[in-house]
Ligand binder design. Structure first.
Ligand SMILES: Nc1ncnc2c1ncn2[C@@H]1O[C@H](COP(=O)(O)OP(=O)(O)OP(=O)(O)O)[C@@H](O)[C@H]1O
Length: 430
């Protein structure tokens, strides 16, 4: 009985939503026309004329003829007016989501989730020009929470890692692109993303990935990974960070010498499949502009020098830097490092100033939820909901790669006057 009532309600809702959706489609053409009239995107004699429209999986594409006398730049300047005008609307629930409801499971919770998703649905707008003005209205809602599922790794090949869902669908990032800047205010998803990145690489490239993890936020985020065979070093303070970075620097020098001798231009040409990923979480902690005290400052300066070198020449030698910051200011974000990071991933930032430091534009301060990020590469900028991976998922995926190994951090402590116990092993229950 309850099942019958609820399914009738749902089918009724689907029918009315479907009606709303249809009427909203024809409305958007009129709305765009009106918005353009009201915000000065017309000339005395002419206004934009619809040429054709096309439905895509991600939404609608409207193609317009621009009135003579106006430019594409005029429309780009008014993109906020178009976006806000189109969002001045009734809420739309994604029908395909309703059809996915599994009535054998907790259907009430599923409906609640769909309604909550609908609250966050905002149409987005993108503009393109090829002699005609293309207004792309992206209607697909971004999920407010994307649970990680091992199967999404099946959609990644070689050095790709899953990045999440955009309004266009699933996207991934190819680590072969080079270095990454990762930013985000506290509790917005940076650490979860780093754990996802490390787990994906260990799982996908167990034989060929090497990782150096520098965690200056207290040292707990990477604990799970420190006994993975792929993890070369874990550093948790300025001294150990410097040690690790010097080691990478000297390996890089050797590699460079080998390339010169063998006439190879880069790692691909040399036919070497290993990639070394260096992750620095909370770069501010080793920034010479932030650190005080003469001696510490000097160590920080050396760290920065090593990081700049990795950023400058490392990519061709197979080194990939992931440079993270919670409070990106011009002081922390060393220019050379920033310039050499082609990819920026940022979660919500404190304000527009921080956004401009990281992205060269504002926007990251407006990201609404944990896990929602801006992904910027030379190919463009996208908003993405990144997957949430749990510690249990991480543990089960990296378990086959956990080994008993000498604790490397021990060696950093000898300099503090302790006895050298370099052959001792730490045996841990796994
Ligand atoms: N991709 C995600 N999807 C949904 N929720 C997320 C996601 N990532 C993080 N969160 C939520 O935000 C919380 C904080 O995330 P995380 O530990 O990654 O923060 P952080 O940005 O690294 O913060 P801090 O720099 O202070 O450590 C998580 O415990 C989780 O509840």
């Amino acid at each position: 009985m309850l099942f019958e009532i609820s399914s009738s309600i749902i089918l009724g809702s689907i029918a009315s939503i479907s009606y709303l959706k249809k009427s909203s489609l024809s409305n958007d053409v009129d709305k765009i026309q009106k918005i353009c009239q009201h915000c000065g995107l017309t000339t005395k004699e002419d206004s934009i004329q619809i040429y054709r429209k096309k439905r895509h999986e991600w939404g609608m594409e409207y193609v317009y003829r621009i009135p003579l006398g106006l430019s594409f730049a005029d429309f780009e300047r008014k993109i906020d007016h178009i976006r806000d005008g189109l969002n001045n609307k009734k809420k739309i629930i994604d029908i395909s989501e309703l059809l996915k409801i599994n009535f054998r499971k907790n259907w009430l919770r599923q409906i609640k989730e769909i309604i909550s998703n609908a609250k966050h649905l905002q149409k987005d707008v993108e503009l393109e020009y090829d002699g005609m003005l293309h207004i792309k209205v992206l209607e697909k809602a971004l999920p407010i929470n994307l649970k990680f599922d091992e199967s999404i790794l099946g959609r990644c090949i070689d050095w790709e890692i899953p990045l999440g869902i955009t309004r266009y669908g699933f996207i991934k990032h190819d680590m072969e692109r080079g270095h990454i800047t990762l930013a985000g205010a506290t509790r917005k998803g940076k650490t979860v993303f780093l754990k996802l990145l490390i787990t994906s690489l260990i799982y996908q490239q167990p034989e060929t990935v090497k990782l150096s993890l520098i965690d200056l936020k207290g040292g707990l985020a990477f604990t799970r990974f420190k006994n993975a065979i792929q993890v070369e070093d874990v550093a948790t303070d300025l001294d150990s960070a410097l040690e690790v970075l010097k080691k990478v620097q000297s390996e890089m020098e050797k590699m460079k010498g080998w390339f010169d001798k063998n006439g190879s231009e880069d790692i691909k040409e040399a036919g070497i499949s290993t990639r070394h990923i260096i992750i620095v979480d909370e770069a501010a902690q080793i920034s010479p502009n932030i650190i005080t005290g003469k001696e510490e400052k000097e160590k920080a300066r050396k760290c920065e020098e090593a990081l700049s070198e990795i950023a400058r020449i490392g990519a061709g030698l197979g080194y990939r830097l992931v440079y993270c910051s919670q409070y990106p200011t011009a002081d922390v974000m060393n220019k050379q490092i920033k310039q050499n990071c082609d990819t920026v991933i940022t979660y919500k930032l404190r304000d527009a100033i921080a956004s401009r430091v990281v992205l060269d534009e504002s926007g990251a301060e407006k990201l609404p939820l944990p896990g929602r990020a801006i992904y910027k590469t030379p190919d463009g900028t996208q908003i993405v909901q990144t997957p949430f991976i749990t510690n249990e998922q991480i543990e089960s995926m990296i378990k086959p790669h956990i080994v008993f190994k000498p604790r490397k951090e021990q060696s950093y402590e000898y300099r503090k006057g302790e006895k050298n116990r370099s052959n001792s092993f730490i045996i841990k229950e796994v």
